[in-house]
Design a protein around this ligand. Sequence first.
Ligand SMILES: *[C@@H]1O[C@H](CO)[C@@H](O)[C@H](O)[C@H]1NC(C)=O
Length: 180
Amino acid sequence: MSLSNPLNLILIPPILYLLYRRLVPSLPSTPSVLPNKYDENVYNWMPARHPDVLCHKSYTPVELAELDGRKNPNCGICLAIMRVGGDGKVSPELERTVFDVSAGASFYGPDGVYGNFAGRDASRGMAKQSFDDDMLTPIEQPLDALADLTPSEIDNMRGWHDHFSRKYIICGDLVNASSM
Ligand SMILES: *[C@@H]1O[C@H](CO)[C@@H](O)[C@H](O)[C@H]1NC(C)=O
């Protein structure tokens, strides 16, 4: 092709444009409105609402008792177990972890075999491998000092605490009402 021919000069810009388009494909246009319903076929779907969030906080025995799965069925089921220190000894100041055991509702729910532990300090029952009601401290009283536990009972309690830590969500500490 000869550049002296005016027709060839006129054809150069469109040819350059076509070359450019070939090398740089246009981006797909993004939708201006994001879908707000779950639709996994749409790459940018958003959940309808934010998932529920648990806040780590301190519970008194009376507050924990609200989370027994009966009084507030929509608020989940929680129970507490003492965290044994590295020396394997129990002292009244040792903290108790509150676990959200809603995922184990068939055990800890209102109709579960261990349902009486829901909303309560389960430390003594876990230590003594007993699910009787007399393992529970009345919720108006100070926390169970657990001073009478034998080393093997303390070991049981530590085992349950470890197991619950792996299985359930930790959502706070159980504290004396007087310390709030
Ligand atoms: C709870 O209160 C009792 C009695 O006041 C006390 O002996 C105990 O140490 C307290 N426990 C904790 C974990 O603060």
